[in-house]
Design a protein around this ligand. Sequence first.
Ligand code: ZN
Length: 281
Amino acid sequence: MAMRDLSGDATLLSLNTATLGPARSLRDAVEGCLRHGIGGISPWRDKIADAGLSQAERMIKRAGLTVTGVCRGGMFPAADAQGRAKALAENRRAVDEAAALGAECLVLVVGGLPPGSKDIGDARRQVADGLAITLDYARSVHVRLAIEPLHPMYAADRACINTLAQSLDLCEKLGAGIGVAVDIYHVWWDPDLHAQIARGGADGRLYAYHVCDWLVPTRDVLTDRGMMGDGVVDLKGIRRGMEQAGFNGLCEVEIFSAATWWPKPIDEILNTMVARGKTCV
Ligand code: ZN
């Protein structure tokens, strides 16, 4: 099967608002998408809150952008019942925002170890419980949940779900309405990557695809992601696997880059993103 041709235009790209950095607003992102012909957007919740949900909804709808995801829900494990209840309430609000924006999914960064804990097995059980409860609610409002497995270096503080296989095992237990966000930054190294992408496709669980690149050396594990083409990831090979598995959504560009990209003018970031989208993704 031939891969889709991204070289003609940018409508198959989606802008994750993190790519413009923390100082830019949702309006900056929406207007940037319009100027550069980018087809989709994936807003972080702090940007939605700053704009106001109904204003965000109007702005994105008027621009005709596909909402490839809302970032993010999750962070389920907590040290006590009160903390877990608080996390569940926050996830309900995140589901409601994804519903209001007509998002293709709510992206979930599931959370790591509660403070003081050394029991990652318990954290993973808490994640499974939190997912089950949130999924019940998400189904009732027709929002799909996408587990984003994070690179294992984040297992303690961000997500104790670290591979696609682990994510898809959970999805199988939980049933319909939950799938995965495949972010190349987190999974590119996995020797089982292509087999798990094929499995996710066969199960109809490939909900989102996030791209950037892995830089060598990486100077900061959180905020030194590379622009597509500047690192070592076989982006075309992974996209080919995604598309052969049936994924036909947008390629969402999510680049945390405090030193290199965030300080640049918005149009320089977006020009480069679109150019690299055409040649490197
Ligand atoms: Zn991501």
